[in-house]
Write a protein that binds this ligand. Structure first.
Ligand SMILES: [Zn+2]
Length: 145
């Protein structure tokens, strides 16, 4: 039996909330920079090679931006949990998530034990999808009962 994770102190929670807000501020700033880069990255009369480099850069920037938008949503979700006094709890088992883990990843919503479990689930459902794509249909209904 693993040792019970201690509840986060008010001070630790404050540190994490501060961190989330700082990360969000830096994301909004980056978002503006990316948007202006994308506009600037299409010079008039560029040749085809230049154009494909530009396209590559643009799609690269867009991908980067999408990831930031996704992360910004996670930050919002985490900040909302502060309002509901749910922050720091694993959404799966309800235990506290370790402070060290949250410090490294303030948007984490699973404790390390549940995170490892869900990664195992993901890899097993991935192999399920793979065998389906090879033409073998796996019937899971019997296993779900
Ligand atoms: Zn958990």
């Amino acid at each position: 039996m693993a040792e019970k994770v201690k509840a986060l102190t008010k001070k630790q929670l404050d540190v994490l909330k501060q961190k989330l807000m700082e990360e969000k501020t830096s994301l909004v700033f980056n978002d503006q920079v990316n948007a202006s880069n994308i506009e600037l990255a299409r010079p008039e009369g560029s040749d085809e090679v230049e154009q494909s480099i530009t396209d590559y850069t643009n799609s690269h920037l867009l991908r980067f931006r999408n990831r930031e938008v996704f992360y910004a949503k996670k930050i919002d979700k985490a900040l909302k949990k502060f309002d509901m006094n749910e922050y720091g709890h694993c959404t799966d088992c309800g235990d506290w998530i370790r402070f060290e883990r949250l410090l490294a990843r303030p948007t984490a919503d699973l404790c390390i034990v549940c995170k490892e479990d869900s990664e195992r689930d993901e890899s097993s459902s991935f192999s399920g999808r793979q065998s389906k794509s090879l033409g073998k249909v796996v019937d899971l209904t019997g296993l779900m009962a």
